[in-house]
Every structure is written in structure tokens, then in C-alpha cells.
Design a protein around this ligand. Structure first.
Ligand code: NAD
Length: 264
């Protein structure tokens, strides 16, 4: 028996990174999986998901468009009869210097990262309640808890996701839907590939600095975030709602210098 046996899960951003790893983990734990993304998943990778979850389906839509969200959720309901779990992982990075940041760029990032979660949750309530209740997990970021340089729209959107999660928990928990967020540290996915794959120059220096910010002195792997999402999505988290699970290798706990202060 898998930890998600009998459950149906809808995951946004499922073509890549954290949500793709989570789709695989969920399928391996016995869930039927529906992926949603603006791009198609890698065919071989999605075939592995289907090997564990033969009823798996993939839906093309932008979470930033209410019409597309409604249509995609209707497709998922038609195909799977509803769903128990919603994972909101679709997201984009971006930002820049405040004085030159274009309004369109602000709207794009906040529209996907924050409004997209509002739209998905709005249209997911009825199908989740039709299944007798369930669980929503929103992927925020440590950048919703602490600020980084030149990242105003991203940080603001992720801070918004942390608080939106609490608002949703207040509105939905008594109706049978738990809502929680996960705040990852820096995770090796295509979103941050430009930095994580850098071997020289300023981006390589930035990568080293990011690695040093984690008490574990390494970056996270998508599967490590999938483990946390799995816990919150599953019935093992039956008393957890409105919470923020930080999965960041110790980044936000505090700084440790490389000076040998304790002689250890
Ligand atoms: N990688 C990290 O270091 C990190 C750290 C903290 C939080 N996060 C968050 O985790 C989530 C997943 O990111 P990832 O690292 O796996 O990135 P990723 O780029 O690998 O995956 C994000 C997916 O979202 C999809 N997407 C983008 N815009 C969309 C839209 N409008 N509608 C539907 N899908 C859309 C992309 O096509 C992509 O497949 C994001 O919300 C991100 O902000 C990532």
C-alpha cells in the first residue's frame, strides 16, 4: 500500500523540477496523477510516471489565466472524476533593479506565482469537496521569508503565497481541506540552472555564496522537496494546516562562519 493509495493528485508546474519529481513520487506512492503546465513534460520522464500511475494525464494551461485554469480543471474532473490533492508548484523567477523593473515583469511574476495559486485554489475547492475533502500544498520559497537582492516581485509573490496559504487554511480547513506551504532553499532545477551550472565568472561566485548560505553547504535536490510535499499532502499530516514547512538545508536558521570558533 502506497502512502497515497486511492488518491488523485493535480500538480501544477509538473513538466519540470520540483513538481516533476513530486509527480513521480506521488505515482510511486499509489496516487493517480494529473499534471498541468504551460510546457510539455519530457516524454521519457512522463512515461516513467505513467509506468507507476497508468491513469496519469497531462493538461496544458497557464495558471495565470482564469479561463485556462477552469478549462483544465474541468478536463481533470472529466478524466479522473475529481481530485483529493492539489500541489501548486508552477512558478517563475525574475526581478532586477527596482528603478528599471518593468510593470509587465512585475505583473508576469506575481500573476503566475501568486494569482495563479488563488485561481487554482478557487476552482479546486468544488472538485476536492466532491471527493470528501483533501489537501492543498503551495510551493512558496525561503524568499517569502527572507529577502534576496534584486528580487522584489519574486520575494513579494512568495511572501504572498505564505500568507495566502494561511488565509486559505482559515477559510477551508473547517470544510475538510487542509492548506499548507513549503519553503524550499535553493534547489537544483531548470529554474536556477543558470546559477547552479555555472563553473566560472560572477554566476559561479554567486553559486558558491548560495551554497555557503545553507548550513548543509550544498543545494537541495527536487526529490528532497517532494518528500516534504508528500508528507503534507498525505493523511500523515492530518493535524497540519495553515503551516509553513521550511526545507532549506538550514539557510533561514542562521549563518555559520567557516572560522573554526569552537575548535571542533
Ligand atoms: N528551484 C529553486 O531553487 C526553488 C526554490 C524555492 C522555491 N521554488 C519554487 O518551486 C516551484 C517549482 O520551481 P522549480 O524549481 O521546479 O522550477 P522549474 O522551472 O523547473 O519548474 C517550474 C514549472 O512551472 C511551469 N510554469 C511556469 N509558468 C507557468 C504558468 N503560467 N502556468 C503553468 N505552469 C507554469 C514551467 O513551465 C515549469 O515547468 C516554483 O514555484 C518556484 O518558485 C524553487
Amino acid at each position: 500500500m502506497g502512502r497515497l493509495s486511492g488518491k488523485i493528485a493535480l500538480l501544477t508546474g509538473a513538466a519540470s523540477g520540483i513538481a516533476a519529481a513530486t509527480a513521480q513520487r506521488f505515482a510511486d506512492e499509489g496516487a493517480a496523477v494529473a499534471g498541468l503546465d504551460v510546457q510539455q513534460p519530457d516524454a521519457a520522464r512522463w512515461k516513467r510516471v505513467e509506468a507507476s500511475a497508468p491513469a496519469a494525464s497531462f493538461h496544458t494551461a497557464s495558471v495565470a489565466s482564469e479561463a485556462q485554469v477552469k478549462a483544465a480543471i474541468a478536463e481533470v474532473v472529466a478524466q479522473h472524476g475529481g481530485f483529493d490533492i492539489l500541489i501548486n508548484a508552477a512558478g517563475v523567477a525574475g526581478g532586477g533593479a527596482l528603478e528599471t523593473l518593468e510593470e509587465d515583469e512585475w505583473d508576469r511574476i506575481v500573476g503566475i506565482n501568486l494569482k495563479g495559486i488563488f485561481l487554482m485554489c478557487k476552482h479546486a475547492v468544488a472538485p476536492i469537496l466532491a471527493r470528501g475533502g483533501g489537501s492543498i500544498v503551495n510551493i512558496a520559497s525561503i524568499e517569502g521569508l527572507v529577502a534576496s537582492e534584486a528580487a522584489t516581485p519574486y520575494g513579494a509573490s512568495k511572501g504572498g503565497v505564505v500568507q495566502l496559504t494561511r488565509n486559505l487554511a482559515v477559510d477551508l480547513t473547517h470544510r475538510g481541506i487542509r492548506v499548507n506551504s513549503v519553503c524550499p532553499g535553493l534547489v537544483e532545477t531548470p529554474m536556477v540552472e543558470m546559477v547552479t551550472s555555472a563553473t566560472e565568472g560572477p554566476l559561479a561566485a554567486l553559486k558558491e555564496q548560495f551554497i555557503g548560505n545553507h548550513l548543509m553547504r550544498r543545494l537541495g535536490q527536487p526529490e528532497e522537496i517532494a518528500n516534504a510535499i508528500l508528507f503534507l499532502a498525505s493523511d500523515e499530516a492530518s493535524f497540519v494546516t495553515g503551516s509553513t514547512l521550511v526545507v532549506d538545508g538550514g539557510w533561514t536558521a542562521g549563518a555559520r562562519t567557516d572560522v573554526d570558533l569552537l575548535g571542533a
